[in-house]
Design a protein around this ligand. Structure first.
Ligand code: NAD
Ligand code: 3PG
Length: 526
């Protein structure tokens, strides 16, 4: 019989499902070294946000087939390490949506009416009605940052409370925002106009400290901000200063840069700060939902069936999977690349399956391309199951064509995306040993393996330009791992593709575009 380890508190409904097919051990509060010691016995691990599943734990999990996260965020799991070992990582993208949205709304009202402090004062034996004069949310403006599942539900309820709705989400179409009743605006407009700002975005390099000293300074003095998304999207030190100096009226946080929240200047603030210990998903209903959702997937994988919500490995039947596996990674990589080149709001994706990929069996590659395309916006919330639905909801049109006559490689995939920065295309194929190669970029022939950090330029092919770019990158201490030029005619237009050892530092892209002969430059993280 299989063995499952449950290392965080999970609803009994999930344990009951797992017990149908496995011996279940519930051991919460394990230290990392204790988990490393015992994980080798188990076929599956079920967690919430409390357990950090590091590479070391994954390496020690020699029998592990699946890691199930009873919740949304898999930022506590080393997903690339799991993927390398063929371990499926599953989550429950929607099981706690309502709970998290309702928590954000509860935080907004708690902040406005000082409910936590008023409650504490009554329990201390006081009857103080003067200190708790609140503010109404009716007819006030709420600025929703991130109009995904949780943000949309917050919008619906806020609208019913008579609030005016602004939203910032660079990956959502204006039509979709209007359907939800929100006016889509730039972040800076939202920051300046909103009375309440609520964050519902993933934590990514772009959203880390999105709310910083500068943006806090631009908010209205009566503004109140709520973060029930992820810690670190707000700079906590800057927030504490802004609250103490009265630059804004209040903040309610459920999530923190480090959890549990240790020493923090936030703790010494008065009624203008409401702090909860990551309770967004802590409702009976949400815990039953996520436990059942994830336990069912663990049960299915242990029985040799596909998981419906895999973050890293698609739920295809084993024979189709075997055939397509090498190309799924290609499609996802090309999707990520072309999405970033085309800019945030992609409206159209053309997917051309070429050569031996031009068959109906290759349809999952279209889904994998969309998964890659949406990754920048949705991170681990996009999977092989929801990628097509998410794309449709975001107003992304997908055109799929097959061309068996293109035979430069046994099979190749061509993606063309049209977005807010224009239209870009990329083609890729698999070389010997399944190595991914980018073979064409914006109609320029190239031959480069993808790299985590890449820089692409569109320039005039002329002497000295490579040297100038090299020196500029050198002056910013950026190390170039490899470089290639693709061109159609000598001294005509050309592209340069650079693989970098580190991410490009902020502020360097405008300097690159200033180099004489360079017309455009794009940085991509894969
Ligand atoms: N506090 C909790 O217990 C709790 C519970 C559930 C979810 N969460 C967190 O809530 C957040 C939202 O979850 P969701 O299920 O609504 O996710 P979602 O994927 O449905 O929506 C996220 C939205 O953010 C948008 N987005 C991405 N990058 C952006 C950026 N730079 N600027 C503006 N918008 C951006 C995306 O386009 C998307 O519409 C996540 O961080 C999730 O981990 C917290
Ligand atoms: O990502 C999530 O689902 C939420 O942050 C909830 O985390 P939890 O399961 O630890 O409450």
């Amino acid at each position: 019989m299989s063995k499952v380890l449950v290392s965080d508190p999970i609803d009994q409904a999930g344990i009951d499902i797992l017990s149908q097919v496995a011996t279940v051990d519930v051991k919460t509060g394990l230290k990392p070294e204790e988990l490393v010691q015992i994980i080798g016995e188990y076929d599956a691990l079920m967690i919430r946000s409390g357990t950090r599943v590091t590479q070391e734990i994954i390496e020690a999990g020699t029998q592990l087939k699946i890691i199930g996260r009873a919740g949304v965020g898999v930022d506590n799991v080393d997903v690339p390490a799991a993927t390398r070992k063929g371990i499926v990582v599953v989550n429950s993208p929607e099981g706690n949506t309502i709970a998290a949205a309702e928590h954000a709304l509860a935080m907004m009202l708690s902040l406005s009416r000082y409910i936590p402090d008023a409650n504490a004062s009554v329990k201390r034996g006081e009857w103080d009605r003067k200190s708790f004069i609140g503010a109404e949310v009716y007819k006030k403006t709420i600025g929703i940052v991130g109009l995904g599942k949780i943000g949309s539900h917050v919008a619906a309820v806020a609208r019913a409370m008579g609030m005016k709705l602004l939203a910032f989400d660079p990956f959502i179409s204006t039509e979709r925002a209007e359907q939800i009743g929100c006016q889509l605006v730039d972040l800076e407009v939202l920051i300046q106009q909103a009375d309440y700002i609520t964050l519902h975005i993933p934590k990514t390099p772009e959203t880390t400290h999105l709310i910083n000293t500068e943006r806090l300074a631009k908010m209205k003095p009566n503004a109140r901000i709520i973060n029930c998304a992820r810690g670190g999207i707000i700079d906590e030190e800057a927030l504490a200063v802004a609250l103490r100096e009265g630059k804004i009226a209040g903040a309610a946080l459920d999530v923190y840069e480090a959890e549990p929240l240790g020493e923090s200047s936030l703790k010494s603030l008065g009624q203008q700060a409401v702090l909860t210990p990551h309770l967004g998903a802590s409702t009976t209903e949400a815990q039953v939902n996520v436990a059942i959702d994830v336990a069912e997937q663990i049960r299915d994988v242990l029985l040799g069936l596909a998981a419906r919500s895999a973050v890293n490995i698609p739920g295809l039947s084993p024979d189709v999977m075997e055939e397509l596996k090498p190309y799924m990674q290609l499609a996802e990589t090309l999707g990520k690349l072309v999405g970033q080149l085309a800019g945030g709001r992609v409206e159209l994706l053309n997917v051309r399956l070429q050569g031996e990929l031009a068959t109906n069996k290759s349809q999952p590659l279209v889904v994998a391309s969309l998964k890659g395309l949406l990754y920048q916006a949705l991170r681990e919330r996009v999977n092989y199951v929801n990628a097509s639905i998410e794309a449709k909801e975001r107003g992304i049109r997908v055109i799929e064509t097959r061309d068996a006559s293109i035979k430069d490689y046994a099979g190749s995939l061509h993606l063309e995306a049209t977005g807010s920065l224009g239209t870009h295309s990329v083609t890729g194929a698999l070389f010997g040993g399944g190595e991914i190669r980018l073979t064409n970029l914006d109609d320029f022939p190239i031959n480069v393996p993808p790299n985590q950090h890449m820089l692409f330029t569109l320039h005039r092919d002329m002497p000295g330009i490579i040297g100038k770019l090299g020196s500029l990158l050198g002056s910013f201490n950026v190390n170039i791992a490899s470089m290639q030029v693709g061109r159609k005619i000598i001294r005509g237009d050309a592209v340069m593709v650079l693989s970098l050892d580190d991410p490009l530092p902020d502020g360097i892209l405008p300097e690159i575009i200033k180099v004489s002969g360079i017309r455009d430059a794009y940085t991509v993280t894969l």
